[in-house]
Design a protein around this ligand. Structure first.
Ligand code: ADP
Ligand code: MG
Length: 285
């Protein structure tokens, strides 16, 4: 079966900085794929190349076998490629329901100028989307009254307004507590299962990645150094070297622990592959 998305030999440099270097991978229907790697590895640039914010120097991105290079993010949204909304894009004074209605309006190619005339716009559909992220009971609350985790769930509901086949989530859980991270990604995984959406996401918590991803792509310094299911990635010697500092004496160590993004001195993450990361040391257990 043809993959939903094919990324082929994608490269992008900023000046002399090779941000993405010959990266190839496929996303299949129903995939929940994590893209991981240290700070500056090229994850966001890869997202931007897929979602039309950047053009590659070389390579191809195919959706259902057809090139989507050069398509605007808006055109891509109409083709079923969605990315998560940012907090700033939600209208804080509007209700939760109204925000989803605005996302539906946008997905239908209609301008927000129609908004005043359309307060009932696709009300039932909006409520259905909210129910999918378990926010229906909060539909009438203004967004500014929501807890942070609920804002993130609202963003997820809004990104589903165009009924995407592929959802691109770059750091969807940024700023969330570990518990909220798990809850949001469990919800996303359930959407993958029930709606047949494919998800490509980045995430710094290895706990979350190894629990929720079907497959994992590992980037370092612009290149894809490994891909596979969580078990094979956990066993991959190069990945261990990058993430867990194994073989610091003699063997290769692509990045230092200090480069591992999203790990603050206050946070200690116990990973499912048996190691503990802190800001200043990475120690296999
Ligand atoms: P990640 O998301 O994995 O942290 P990025 O894709 O944001 O990594 O960045 C990869 C590299 O490209 C970094 O060295 C970064 O500084 C550089 N970079 C990213 N975006 C730009 C840009 N718009 N202009 C110049 N350099 C950039
Ligand atoms: Mg990034």
């Amino acid at each position: 079966m043809m993959p939903l998305l094919q990324v082929q030999h994608l490269s992008k440099a900023f000046g002399g900085n090779q941000a993405v270097n010959d990266v190839s991978f496929d996303v299949h229907a129903g995939d929940m794929l994590a893209l991981i790697g240290p700070n500056g590895a090229g994850k966001s640039t890869t997202f931007h190349l897929i979602n039309g914010q950047l053009l590659p120097d070389a390579g191809e991105v195919l959706l259902n076998g057809m090139s989507i290079l050069g398509q605007t993010p808006h055109a891509l949204s109409r083709m079923g490629v969605s990315r998560t909304f940012q907090v700033a894009q939600t209208f804080a004074s509007l209700t939760v329901l109204e925000n989803v209605q605005l996302a539906l309006l946008s997905a239908d190619g209609l301008g927000f100028s129609l908004w005043r005339k359309a307060t009932q716009y696709r009300n039932a559909d909006a409520m259905h989307l909210l129910a999918q992220v378990q926010l229906d009971t909060q539909a009438q609350r203004p967004c500014h009254a929501l807890a942070y985790g609920d804002v993130k769930r609202l963003e997820l509901a809004m990104s589903l307004a165009n009924q995407p086949r592929l959802l691109l989530m770059d750091e969807p859980t940024a700023g969330m507590s570990p518990q909220e991270r798990h809850a949001l990604m469990a919800l996303t995984r359930e959407l993958v299962r029930s709606q047949g959406v494919s998800v490509l996401f980045t995430e710094h918590s290895m706990d979350v990645v190894f629990e929720h991803a079907h497959r994992i792509l590992v980037m370092a310094r612009g290149s894809l150094m490994a891909q596979g299911d969580p078990q094979s990635i956990a066993q991959h010697p190069d990945v261990k070297a990058v993430y867990f500092g194994r073989g610091t004496r003699g063997a290769r160590r692509a990045v230092s622990a200090d480069d591992v993004e999203g790990v603050s001195s206050a946070s200690v993450a116990t990973t499912s592959i048996g190691a503990t990361i802190t800001a200043d040391k990475v120690s296999p257990t």
